[in-house]
Ligand binder design. Structure first.
Ligand code: FAD
Length: 288
């Protein structure tokens, strides 16, 4: 199918983009890489009367390492994130996670901001943002504000973004020298939607004990889920297969994933536990 007819607005500043969003109201949609919006428009699942293309707004594609975080402009492509030496060095979990998104052709167009704003609970960037406690910078008619990733996602394809809001930047805390990371997911074929995913960042102390843990799961709930209970199990303990099994049980207790054509809820829950164990083992360099 082809999309319904729509008007195109091409702002050259954030203020112009916000003004266009306000002028056209709920019938308008921002366009980033178009890798989610365009298929939805072609299937006429969404029918915006106006599309506001962010592609000509300058300053939204930078990757900057500041004191304790890496700031990534919302229009930075997933491929640029994947290839960024700054991201690889300072946010290695994100560098790993983006390689699992679809295929290179999709990542050449898809943006980090588009993925976050689209808020697909199966997507790799949102679960990584929740795991790492990323901060999203939003500019709207009422000014600029910062939103914690854990609060940003409120349901499948639903976020805290309000009418007129533009996501302009996401800030990921930098990993330390003793941080170890792993991203595991299971899909039927490489590049397919994940039945479940697990993002892990562990900090080891000088004795090899786990001093800090970040664990989050994707595809098991309407939003990415931070596994606080699993993190509590891990803190202060030495890595072992038994510990990781205990953490996986804690991570999946209480989850009630829904079933769809990709996987049943029970299967997703089981796989999530396996992926948590694998990610913890991988992060700490233990044989799988
Ligand atoms: P767009 O499609 O342009 O926009 C998506 C939504 O976000 C729209 O509602 C738009 O209005 C809004 N939006 C965009 N930018 C902003 C902004 N700055 N501020 C506010 N709102 C904004 N994704 C995965 O994570 N994992 C996968 O495995 C995966 N597989 C895919 C396979 C295929 C075949 C395709 C076509 C896509 C796949 N995707 C996958 C989606 C892809 O990663 C998209 O790039 C991403 O979801 C959206 O990014 P985008 O830049 O293309 O956004």
């Amino acid at each position: 199918m082809k999309s319904a007819a729509y008007g195109l607005v091409v702002p050259t500043t954030i203020d112009e983009a916000i003004a266009a969003l306000v002028e056209h109201g709920p019938d308008a949609r921002l366009l980033a890489g178009g890798q989610s919006l365009m298929p939805l428009m072609a299937a006429r699942v969404v029918r915006p009367s106006v599309v506001i293309d962010l592609g000509r707004v300058p300053g939204l594609t930078e990757i900057v390492h500041r004191d304790n975080h890496v700031a990534i402009g919302a229009m930075t492509t997933q491929r640029a994130v994947e290839r960024s030496a700054t991201v690889v060095q300072h946010v290695p979990l994100l560098a790993l996670a983006v390689t699992r998104i679809a295929h290179a052709t999709i990542r050449n167009r898809g943006t980090i901001g588009g993925s976050l704003a689209h808020a697909d609970p199966t997507a790799e960037i949102p679960v990584t943002a929740v795991a790492l406690e990323a901060v999203l910078v939003v500019v709207g008619p009422r000014g600029r504000r910062e939103v914690a990733a854990a609060e940003f996602f409120v349901g499948p394809n639903r976020t805290l973004l309000e009418p007129g809001d533009v996501l302009v930047e996401v800030r990921f805390p930098t990993a330390g020298e003793m941080d170890r990371v792993a991203f595991e997911e299971l899909s039927r074929r490489p590049g397919d939607v994940a039945a479940a995913s697990a993002a892990v960042q562990l900090r080891l102390d000088a004795d090899g004990r786990i001093a800090r843990a970040r664990v989050a799961l994707g595809s098991v709930a309407p939003t990415p889920v931070r596994a606080h209970a699993a993190e509590a199990v891990l803190i202060g303990r030495l890595p072992s297969d038994e510990l990781f099994a205990e953490a996986a049980t804690a991570a999946t207790a209480g989850l009630q994933p829904s079933s769809d054509l990709h996987a049943t809820g029970a299967y997703r829950r089981h796989v999530a536990g396996v992926l948590v164990r694998r990610a913890l083992a991988s992060a700490t360099g233990r044989p799988r």
